[in-house]
Design a protein around this ligand. Sequence first.
Ligand SMILES: C[C@H](O)[C@H](O)[C@H]1CNC2=NC(N)=NC(=O)C2=N1
Length: 112
Amino acid sequence: MLKKRDWARQARRALNPTQVVTKLATVPGWALSGDGEDVAIEKTFTFANYYETISFVNAVAFIANAQDHHPKLTVQYGSCVVRFNTHDVKGLSDTDFECAAQVDALLPEGSV
Ligand SMILES: C[C@H](O)[C@H](O)[C@H]1CNC2=NC(N)=NC(=O)C2=N1
């Protein structure tokens, strides 16, 4: 069971560009998207069919609720784009990278 985190009660800070680049190197396959207040990290996950895709979406939703940190999800039959940013700080925070790592951990290593 994931540890529940209430990020809203913690001091969340926007990472600076150097910190973002350093953190990005820790989450393989995630890329920067957008800029300014809309900057985010995103990754596309592909699946064999809709059943697998929606199972993944449900697992991501579980993480999002447990962490109180909610990504944008763009769902198609065989893929889901997961996009994290922290609207509370109008940028990227440690929370985005921690949640990205938790989403990656749903899948076998090297599978995406
Ligand atoms: C009050 C509530 O905890 C906050 O609004 C949380 C909810 N989920 C969130 N999700 C994301 N992606 N960014 C946030 O800043 C954020 N803030």
